[in-house]
Ligand binder design. Structure first.
Ligand SMILES: [Zn+2]
Length: 222
């Protein structure tokens, strides 16, 4: 079985489309108004067999287009059960912020007013260790809380880690340093994932994935 990872850059974050023999799996849904770009990518691949939309966490820039994508594809939505309530209420809890993130936190209510996220119920509530084999992908859920309490990594084929906002690739690769509800947990989550030694790490933000070697150098701060 071979898989291909397609990176789709929305106006706020990265979305990943995994192309596997048995179907497509989407990782995150981008901010509002990203659905067209994502659907066009699927059309270009000539595939309409989206099996699942996996959300790494319930933040504005990762869940904003999920309702539209479900409407157009019929694919079920999966998220760690701890973040499911925030998804259902379309609430983005940014927690404590550091540095320039203060401005992002101040601007978010305006963004939410201009381009609201429709609230939506998840179809599949995930826990640590759950697997996605039933959705055509050799992948497991690794709970990596801290950025949000339900933040989770999708570890595909034991080698590709889709980490949401656990790390950022904007500028120098670094552990999440701007938004967290629990900085100590965030640092522990990073260690937890490092122990699994993924080969490539895909962040919700920044231009490219990070090699496993470089990933091992990252340290959380609290
Ligand atoms: Zn986030």
């Amino acid at each position: 079985m071979s898989i291909h990872v397609h990176t789709i850059k929305t106006w706020m974050s990265n979305v990943f489309l995994i192309e596997a023999d048995r179907g497509l799996v989407l990782i995150d849904a981008g901010p509002p108004r990203s659905e067209r770009k994502i659907l066009e990518r699927m059309q270009k691949l000539g595939r309409d067999d989206l099996q699942l939309i996996f959300l790494t966490h319930a933040h504005y820039d990762h869940i904003g287009s999920v309702a539209a994508l479900k409407y157009h594809t019929g694919a079920p939505i999966a998220i760690n059960r701890i973040d499911a309530d925030a998804l259902a209420r379309a609430e983005t809890a940014l927690g404590s912020v550091q540095g320039s993130a203060r401005f992002a936190k101040m601007g978010l209510p305006l963004l939410e007013m201009l381009m609201p996220v429709p609230p939506i119920q998840a179809d599949l509530l995930l826990d640590h260790g759950d697997r996605l084999d039933d959705y055509g992908l050799n992948a497991q859920i690794v709970h990596t809380p801290g950025h949000t309490l339900g933040s989770s990594t999708l570890l595909v084929e034991n080698r590709l880690a889709f980490v949401g906002d656990l790390i950022s690739m904007i500028g120098e690769p670094h552990a999440q340093s701007r938004f967290a509800v629990d900085w100590r947990q965030l640092a522990k989550s990073l260690q937890r994932l490092q122990q699994l030694q993924p080969e490539w790490i895909y962040s919700g933000h920044g231009p490219q994935p990070l090699s496993g070697e470089a990933f091992q150098q990252l340290r959380g701060q609290y």
